[in-house]
Design a protein around this ligand. Sequence first.
Ligand SMILES: *Cc1c(COP(=O)(O)O)cnc(C)c1O
Length: 392
Amino acid sequence: MTFTIPIDSADFATRAIRIGHHRTAEGEHSEPIFNTSSYVFSSAAEAAARFSGEHIGNIYSRFTNPTVRAFEERLAALEGGERCVATASGMAAILAVCMGLLKSGDRIVASRSLFGSTTLLFNKYLTRFGIETTYVSLSNLTEWETAIDSHTKLLFCETPSNPLTEMVDLRQLATLAHRHDCVLVVDNCFCTPALQRPLELGADIVVHSATKYLDGQGRCVGGAVVGNQKLAGEEVYGVLRTAGPTLSPFNAWVFLKGLETLELRMLAHSQNAAQLAAWLNEQPAIERVYYPGLNTHPQHSLIGNQQRTGGGIVAFDVRGGQTAAWQLIDATQMLSITANLGDTKTTITHPATTTHGRLTPAERAAAGIGDGLIRIAVGLEAIADIQADLKF
Ligand SMILES: *Cc1c(COP(=O)(O)O)cnc(C)c1O
């Protein structure tokens, strides 16, 4: 049986739990994992009809798989997109978007503060195929507009940014993109659709690293692309089924179950992060706290408007540079020293020597990544225990 309440009238929480599972004749209550690489046809004629596209149905799991499709249907419904295409990782999602929508000679305009591998993909690999990227500061719409030329086809951003939580007004950026016939792609990894739905704000494509909050417990690597039928369902899906960075059924199942608690978790992450940010703000050893939920944040007005809450990531500058930052990190006993985020477990990172370590000191300074900067991806442990583990 299929979920029958019209998608548009069901609440987010209901969609997150009910959409995507098409119950089999076994009557299973939980979504099954279809661990099969191929599918059997009832006759030679049926096989021919499937291959020719005359009959729609499963052929091979690089093309379609019922568990992967369940995750895709559910995430599409949560992001408010017509189609979702699941991928083997977040980076595979970004690669598939670029391969599906761009050709040699096209240009990308992107925000400067991107996930490190995304910058590497654009600078080292896409350039080999004649695709150049220009970088602008995320929140400066004049810079975006100035950087667009007649070859620009795609605008790409993450909001809020990592690790400084800078935000851009997505409605305005989408309007600007469309005025220049560009596609706006938003990496919605930090917020997830529980806090921010870029497609509703005018973006054309959302990409995800499902590895982070969609999973929520640090178990699997995966990703997704959400958009309309033409862009996601044809252009991006075409790359996926041909080039092959598809999602495994097991990982799809883990993410599918992760989506069921996504809203609860994102609100709990946000609540913990807001409390931590307020507390950090009062510590004399700290120079500055970066958190969208603080009313001192430059784009704080976007909270409650474009982004429901501040999210789970907090960054701050400690006085005393790298020595003080490393001391604080090394003195923790519970927090995990890892660059991953979106886990129930709180993680702590020193961006200048890890995620942003490959940048030159000048590039780091330009990006606002100081030697005393620390990023915390706030988990779901009791806030008192997280605070107790940070000894200033
Ligand atoms: C982790 C991450 C990615 C890449 O995702 P993978 O699943 O590691 O390939 C892309 N964007 C952002 C914002 C991320 O945090």
